[in-house]
Design a protein. Sequence first.
Length: 395
Amino acid sequence: MEAFFRTHAYLVEHVNAPVRRGLMDEIDWSDRMIGIKGTRGVGKTTFLLQYAKENFDINDRQCLYVNMNNFYFQGRGLGDFAGEFYRNGGKVLLVDQVFKQPNWSKDLRRCHDEYPNLRIVFTGSSVMRLKEENPELNGIVKSYNLRGFSFREFLNLLTGHNFQPWSLDDILQHHEQLSREVLSKVRIASYFRDYVHHGFYPFFQEHRNYSENLLKTMNMMTEVDILLIKQIELKYLTKIKKLFYQLAVNGPKAPNISHLASDIETSRATVMNYIKYLADARLLNIIYPYGQDFPKKPSKVILHNPNLMYTIYPGKVETQWVMEAFFVNTLWKDHMVNQSSHEKTYLVDGSTRFLVCDALEGAHHREETDVIQVRYNSEVGHGKKVPLWMLGFMY
């Protein structure tokens, strides 16, 4: 136990969290069992350590961070470890990568039932279906999602400003005034170009090649998160990767399931399952017509965020694809995004139609009273023409 406390103290003391994530204030930290999911690379470990640093003295033994990657836990279960921590005055146990522990959900249930004054905060992969696949956690765990940096967080980090988030309604009703307030302080265009290229994953701050780092992260998402958590045999990995590449290079459109099934030599049903797994891993976003969902065929498949495009096929990046990926990803946190009846527009929350378009070409689109144009290559807007970058301020 002493070794774990020494590691905890060192990690908390040296944690580097230059931007305070908005999720920190959304969580009810008084809950006894909190699950924080997120794709690889979005900063889940940093988030746990930042919480410890904000709320406990570095040498306070009521709080302890542990990582299930530690080989120690191959010989001792989480439940027994938590019991020892609890009996010695422990109050908050921060468990990183909980899915690396066999029978992790049963251990968490045991901790909840046997240690009534112990709070556990654990992190896991976005692929995990906490309640659907682990019924023993139903009713006891509160689940949250940690996302990559928003454009607002990216901008605050690089400029030192403290811009606050806006709701979608705020943006639609007051975008002219809000945009002027930001533009009076920063030149937005260059920051936005940088963000869609390399701003979503916090590791852009590291002194390493961003694309190579992201490529490694993407491989870990498929090789570990999908295969390990979904219990898929290693021999099928190449099929999943090939499918992902095919979907990526084809751009945001309806996938030809029969063609893809033939190409990777598997069934249509398996292709649909693989697409769902890739979406769970936050490599893809799946768009359905309003009222439909999996296992129906999606009307559009698009990469989860634009940074992925520059890594997968840097020589074939279409600006329109990048901007649609940004639009869908930033709205997905708090809103439902569907394909509208018109191929080029999206339906948000079942009521509002959006068209993602270049401001330089927007004049050529027939204006419809019920369609909001979100325009890139535009810093300011008017009426129903809204600058796309502003949607990056929604969290």
